[in-house]
Each structure stands twice: as C-alpha cells, then as structure tokens.
Write a protein that binds this ligand. Structure first.
Ligand SMILES: [Zn+2]
Length: 328
C-alpha cells in the first residue's frame, strides 16, 4: 500500500548543533528512509510547506501557560539544561559543550516547533489515509509543566489536542511500546477521559525510580503493563490483552490511535538503561503487526511516531515493519 511516510532532515533535530553531546541521532530517521528506498519503495522527502504551522498558543492547548512562557523567554536556558540534564549536581556542564554549538539556543524553539509539526501532520495524513508513519517524534517524557528525559514538549498530546480543537477527532488512544514508561503522556492525560493510554515498559529503572511516590513520573496510564525477565517472553500476548482491555474501558472505538513505536526494547539497543528488556527482531515485528492489524481491522486511523532507539542497529526495527506495511 502506498501509505504516507513523513521524512525530512529538518524534522530530526540534531542536538549536537546546540552543544548537547548525547548520542541521540537524527541519522536514525535518514537510515530508515534510505534503507526503504534501497528496498525499492518509492519515497520522497516531505515538503515542509505542507506541515501545519504551530504557534505558541497551540502549545498551550497541551502544556501549562507558565511553562510555555518560560520557553519563549530567558527561562529557556534552565528548561533546556534541566530537560537534557546538562548541568550536574556540582553545577558543572554534563555532556554539554556550548563552545562547540553551531546554532544559537534562540533557534532551538524554532526547530522544536518544526519537529512537533511533523506529528500533527502525521495525524492529519492518518485521518485521510488510515495510516501514516512519521520518521521522528515520540517525546513521551515531556509533562504538562516541564520537559524531561530529552523530551521538551509532548508532540503526541499536542497533536491530539490540536486535532480535537479543530474538531477532527473526539477520542484518541496512545499505545506506547517504548522500553521506558510513557510517564509524561500519562501525566498529561490522567484526568482526560477523551485520551486513553496503554504503556508497556520495563518495571524498573528510569523514569520509575524516583524516590517520591507522588512524583509526576508515577502518574498512571489507563493501562500499564510492567515487564520483567519473567513475563517479557509473553510480550505480544500481554500487548494483545492490553489492546482488548483498552477497548473494554472505552466501550467504543476511538477516532484515532497514536503509536509511540520505540525500538529500544530491541536486544541490540545500545542504551544501558534499556538492558532489562531484550526482545528479538521477530518479536518486535510481530508487536508492530499486532498493533497495525488491531487498528486496521477496526478501521481506526493510526499515526505512528518513532520514539526511542539507540545505537547502530535500532533502524532495523523500523525498516522491517515499514517494508512489510508498504508491501501490503
Ligand atoms: Zn525509551
């Protein structure tokens, strides 16, 4: 099927340009895009002119006004260094070298707005074509009042709120299969019956290791499935149960599903904090097919974003799924 895939180099911010020395690479999207082309799929870079223009006011649909005002003022530096953990407890720079930055921090919000617009565009294209995959996005740790875990703003919740405000949808599910809990997404939707969330994630480790039981990272998803060395062999069975149970909670079909398609549960992921979950390529292909087929069989539009995936091999998880989808 000739489903839309959204890709453009500008839609994958390169953190290094701002002096951030975290090995999160925009190259991953490019690798997926070029690999799919090598497999014979006729893909073209997206035309950025077609992306919705997001304003500061749009961001306030999802996030607290005070937080957004801080991002567009002198407060940006603190929000930025907190989110990317760039200053350690002794006040020294951590994985941060502003001298090496090629871009001014003032350009940061422009790049983020462009990235966020990719997810809103994916929602629009999914509503028109039943499926769309954005090779970017998935900033599921960003909360209502603050960025966290390298995610400054939550593209998925913003995209949903914008689509709701434009009366394109009423209800939505966020299916989060990244290795880390979608804690920001849960925090932003905990009192919102129009957005249900399912998160399958490692039962221990960041972001669940905060000592304060009332910390926002402990906000519950509608359904949380916590994985460990015992139950992760049944990953796809638990996923199927989770999807069926979400349907029972809602009592009807949602107008849209967003999939936060993390590749970091992959056994060859290189981020040390994902080592509790080591799923094979085959299990991850089946995972993505289960979600795709669940939505397709019920004719629920589905918009997918990439989320986490670190190291030389994470692109393989996206390539195998998209190759399958595009050959349907
Ligand atoms: Zn992750």
């Amino acid at each position: 099927m000739n489903y839309p895939i959204i890709y453009h180099p500008r839609l994958s911010p390169t953190w290094k340009d701002f002096g951030i020395l975290i090995p999160l690479s925009g190259q991953r999207s490019k690798k997926v895009f070029t690999s799919l082309k090598k497999l014979g799929h006729k893909l073209e870079e997206s035309d950025l002119k077609n992306l919705p223009k997001l304003s500061k006011e749009d961001l306030k649909l999802a996030h607290d006004t005070e937080f957004i005002e801080r991002l567009f003022s002198q407060g940006l530096f603190k929000e930025f260094t907190d989110c990317f953990e760039l200053i350690d407890e002794n006040g020294n720079y951590n994985r941060y070298d502003p001298q090496s930055a090629k871009k001014e921090l003032t350009e940061f919000m422009d790049e983020i707005l462009c990235h966020l617009a990719g997810t809103s565009y994916a929602i629009d294209l999914a509503l028109q074509n039943e499926f769309c995959y954005f090779l970017g996005g998935g900033m599921h740790h960003a909360r209502k009042d603050k960025g966290a875990g390298f995610c400054i703003l939550n593209d998925m919740i913003l995209g949903i709120k914008k689509a709701q405000s434009e009366k394109k949808i009423e209800t939505c599910w966020v299916i989060d299969v990244d290795a880390h809990k979608g804690d920001g997404t849960a925090h932003m939707t905990v009192n919102d019956p129009s957005i249900l969330t399912l998160s399958l994630h490692m039962e221990k480790g960041w972001p669940l290791d905060h000592p304060d039981p009332d910390h926002p990272s402990k906000s519950p998803s509608t359904i949380d499935i916590e994985l460990n060395s015992r139950n992760s062999q049944n990953y796809n069975l638990l996923l199927k149960e989770g999807l069926e149970n979400l349907l029972k909670v809602q009592g009807s079909m949602p107008d849209l599903i967003i999939v936060n398609d993390g590749a970091d549960p992959y056994e060859f992921d290189e981020l040390p904090s994902t080592s509790l979950l080591k799923l094979s390529k085959e299990v991850l292909l089946e995972r993505d097919q289960i979600i795709f087929n669940f939505a397709k069989e019920r004719r629920i539009p589905q918009a997918w974003v990439m989320s986490g995936g670190y190291g030389q091999r994470s692109h393989e998880i996206y390539v195998q799924f998209l190759d399958w989808v595009l050959n349907l």
